[in-house]
Write a protein that binds this ligand. Sequence first.
Ligand code: SF4
Ligand code: SF4
Length: 122
Amino acid sequence: MVDTKVSVSSFHDLIRYYIITMSIILITIVLGKRTWCQYICPMYIFNYIGMNIGSFLKLPSLKITCKSEKCTQCKRCTNNCLMGIEVADMVKNNNWNTKECIQCGKCLNVCKCDVLKRKWKK
Ligand code: SF4
Ligand code: SF4
């Protein structure tokens, strides 16, 4: 019964808590990693809609670009990506075609070879 924490004050609350938790776990097991972030979280849905409108209208937006030739395939970017994206593979194939990226910049920060940059692009 505290404002700042999740509390379970009755047996019914406990059942509800486990139903919600198990649903999230089951969705992830059935549909794959990051399912919650990619398909259910409202922030991702707004991000996805915004990116599609931007590409349709050919508006400039902040994008990550890479210099594949500098990459040593150390995979620090992949291992640190919050969205579980195979960043090193995208760099290797010089193909940054993902709508899952939330532009957090973590991959840029951990890359020691200065491979990744942010640029405004159409
Ligand atoms: S962290 Fe940099 S050098 Fe390492 S795999 Fe990623 S892009 Fe390549
Ligand atoms: S910017 Fe963030 S979400 Fe996007 S690829 Fe890099 S680490 Fe992953």
